[in-house]
Design a protein. Structure first.
Length: 68
C-alpha cells in the first residue's frame, strides 16, 4: 500500500501541477483495490478449507486464480 502522506509531501497537489492530483487520486484508488483484494483472498482461503460457505463470487474468484 502507498503511504498517502509521503505521496502528498513528495507530489503536492496544486493548480499548476494537475498530474499530482491525478497521482494522489490513483494512489487512493489503488489502496482501496489492494484492501479489497486482501479481504477477498482471505475469504477464498477460508472457503477452500471449509471455514466459510463458498459463494458464487468466491467460487468464480478461486477459479480465476486457478486459471491465472
Amino acid at each position: 500500500m502507498y503511504d498517502l502522506e509521503k505521496v502528498s509531501k513528495k507530489y503536492p497537489t496544486a493548480y499548476e501541477e494537475s498530474m499530482n492530483t491525478v497521482l494522489f487520486q490513483e494512489c487512493v484508488r489503488y489502496n482501496a483495490l489492494l484492501a479489497e483484494m486482501k479481504v477477498s483472498l482471505v475469504k477464498v482461503q477460508k472457503a477452500l478449507v471449509g471455514e466459510l460457505v463458498m459463494s458464487q463470487d468466491l467460487e468464480s474468484m478461486s477459479q480465476s486464480i486457478f486459471d491465472n
